[in-house]
Design a protein around this ligand. Structure first.
Ligand code: HEC
Length: 141
């Protein structure tokens, strides 16, 4: 009588543990989707595909804010998803990518706030490179 019950309890405990891990991974993915959404919206505005110039400061501030919480998305409880193990094995190089993202996002926000059109395009390009530099090494294709 005891054995099946123990089996069920162990199964439930294992499900609980993996559900907890995937919540941290899902939270990172939702946050990265927000990064991606702000980025795509900003690109559409800067390229002039849409006429929402007055929204640009909201997207830039969103990207700057999200770059500040990005380091917290890669805790030891958040292994998995499309995040490569190298993030946790090669944490110095990964930290550099996080820092570059932070710098580029804050620079883009500052360029938008300054209103200097000639700075906005290059700053957005630099930010796009910071995304790619991390994805190339630390995200599954
Ligand atoms: C420091 C590393 C790093 C930087 C910088 C970075 N990303 Fe990511 N990004 C990742 C990793 C790792 C994943 C995979 C997350 C997962 O599956 O758990 C990811 C996933 C994503 C996803 C997919 C989310 C999903 O639903 O799975 C999008 C979209 C994205 N990033 C956009 C961006 C954009 C746009 C930028 C730059 C503005 C950026 N990222 C900067 C590491 C980074």
């Amino acid at each position: 009588m005891m054995r099946p019950l123990l089996g069920i309890l162990m199964t439930l405990a294992a499900m609980g543990a993996s559900a907890e891990e995937s919540a941290a991974v899902k939270y990172r993915q939702h946050t990265m989707e927000a990064v991606g959404g702000h980025m795509q919206a900003a690109v559409a505005i800067v390229k002039g595909e849409v006429d929402h110039k007055s929204d640009l400061s909201v997207h830039a501030a969103g990207l700057a804010g999200l770059s500040g919480i990005a380091p917290g998305l890669f805790g030891a409880d958040a292994k998995g998803g499309d995040a490569l193990p190298a993030i946790w094995d090669d944490s110095k190089a990964f930290q550099e990518r996080l820092d570059a993202f932070r710098t580029a996002a804050v620079d883009f926000d500052a360029a938008v706030t300054s209103g200097a059109m000639e700075k906005i395009g290059p700053a957005l390009g630099a930010l796009g490179k910071a995304c790619k530099a991390c994805h190339d090494d630390f995200k599954k294709d």
